[in-house]
Ligand binder design. Sequence first.
Ligand SMILES: [Zn+2]
Length: 71
Amino acid sequence: MSETDRPSPPVVRLARCPICAKAASEAFRPFCSKRCADVDLNRWLGGGYAIPAAEEPDPESEEIPDLRDDP
Ligand SMILES: [Zn+2]
């Protein structure tokens, strides 16, 4: 009897939110929330993917600057 070919356990892999590095949510992946999804979208719509001030968002901080640009 060999146990070398036993099936691997199911692995639930959730990516991390690229915005705040929290665990991504199933509903908003790869982001953790709609807000982070919006932030990412606004970056693209803004034409630049550069972050002016903070290079690495603090994982503990959920403070997202208001990037909305209402006409
Ligand atoms: Zn996030």
